[in-house]
Write a protein that binds this ligand. Structure first.
Ligand SMILES: Cc1ncc(COP(=O)(O)O)c(C=O)c1O
Length: 385
């Protein structure tokens, strides 16, 4: 076969871009977690709960088919999904919900079809990539406001107040990388003053925050246009719900491409999510314990002089600065038996590479103490940028 000149060869381009990443200490590699886990999204510890495993095994046993064999609109639907969607809607206090195969698919599916190119989206600067991609696909005009900053949001809302088309504010409730909370009541107040609607991604609050883990939107009694709840984190399962009105549900069934053009998950997945949801609703002790672990870790890190941001949730960023320093610190801690990962741009802003510490109720306070002891034994000069 004729060899392509370097500039036209895609293999060559891939090699060169990977080499660029390596030079910037940005190259990512897959590596399974080992040791004491301080980086899992299994916030309630359900991933290793024998009751959930038993529920899944029962569901698999009772299913005649291992695959759904089609999208929900084409042969892949099952009454179990509708029942689950109704149960989840009641859980979150919404009229209806629709299940997507992942949180990524939910955000992209929802935002890309809800908004059109004449619309305006006010998006928090630290929103998740799936939100960003959904907005991009919609071709709506994106206005980014400073992270959780109400002055910045109000300034931008005021600036665009005579826009004349739909305006939406999109925010996570607990932010995935910083672990801080969006000021939801104040955001709603601004939305109502300036004629905007609100969409909330509860990925890191689902199962953890609000009454029975039903999220911060429900807790605050507000009525967003849509709320996204993912099931791969605290519910230790898969997929995500978009919750809202019956009209929203019907609209998504008819328009959301990531729903329409994707094979439904098998029925036993619906059963697994149902079991996980019912268990999670009653895990008040685990939620309480998770809060105590987070408060203890945050206190101990502050005592050591680490910068961990303003959040108070189960996600604690140990901000290091440079990519190389974050990788080095993660590596040292891995060797000492802790599963922690360096998170680098573009997942976080440049210069704020970090270890994203996320806690699970499976840990106990002695794990936190052990971590702090090891961390404090690593010379500061080695892990600060
Ligand atoms: C805020 C947020 N939204 C959506 C997602 C995507 O969810 P999933 O992993 O189910 O695709 C994530 C995942 O990390 C997230 O952090």
């Amino acid at each position: 076969m004729q060899e392509l000149p370097a500039r036209r060869s895609l293999s060559h381009r891939m090699e060169s871009r990977l080499a660029d990443l390596a030079r910037q200490a940005q190259l990512r590699k897959l590596c399974p977690s080992q040791g004491i886990n301080l980086s899992s999204n299994d916030y309630l510890g359900l991933a290793e709960d024998p009751r959930l495993k038993a529920g899944l095994l029962d569901a698999v046993e009772s299913c005649t088919k291992t695959g759904s064999t089609g999208s929900r609109l084409m042969n892949g639907d099952d009454p179990a999904w509708n029942e689950l969607e109704e149960e989840f809607a009641i859980f979150t206090g919404c009229e209806a919900s629709l299940f997507f195969n992942s949180g990524y698919a939910a955000n992209v599916g929802l935002l890309s079809v809800l908004l059109g190119q004449d619309d305006l989206v006010f998006s928090d600067a630290l929103n998740h990539a799936s939100i960003i991609d959904g907005i991009r696909l919609s071709r709506a005009k994106k206005v980014i406001y400073e992270h959780t900053d109400l002055n910045s949001l109000e300034h931008l809302l005021r600036q665009h107040r005579n826009h004349g088309h739909a305006c939406v504010i999109v925010t996570e409730s607990i932010f995935s990388m910083d672990g801080d909370r969006a000021p939801l009541p104040e955001i709603f107040q601004l939305a109502s003053c300036y004629g905007a609607e609100v969409i909330i991604d509860e990925a890191h609050a689902t199962g953890v925050c609000g009454p029975q883990g039903s999220g911060l939107a429900k807790e605050s009694g507000l009525e967003p246009l849509a709320v996204i709840h993912t099931c791969g984190k605290a519910l230790a399962s898969m997929g995500a719900f978009v919750c809202g009105s019956k009209t929203l549900r019907r609209f998504l069934i008819n328009h959301a491409r990531s729903f329409i053009f994707s094979t439904a998950l098998p029925r036993y997945c619906a059963e697994q999510v149902k079991v996980a949801l019912r268990l999670a609703m009653n895990m008040e002790d685990e939620r309480h314990h998770l809060g105590a672990l987070a408060a203890s870790l945050k206190n101990r890190l502050s005592e050591l002089g680490h910068s961990c941001g303003p959040g108070t949730s189960h996600i604690i960023p140990l901000i290091v600065g440079s990519n190389a320093a974050a990788i080095h610190l993660a590596d040292m801690l891995n060797r000492q038996g802790f599963s922690v990962y360096a998170v680098r741009p573009p997942s976080v802003p440049a210069g704020s590479a970090r270890l994203r510490l996320s806690l699970t109720a499976r840990l106990d306070l002695s794990d936190i103490e052990q971590f702090i002891n090891i961390l404090s034994s690593i010379p500061v000069t080695q892990h600060h940028a």
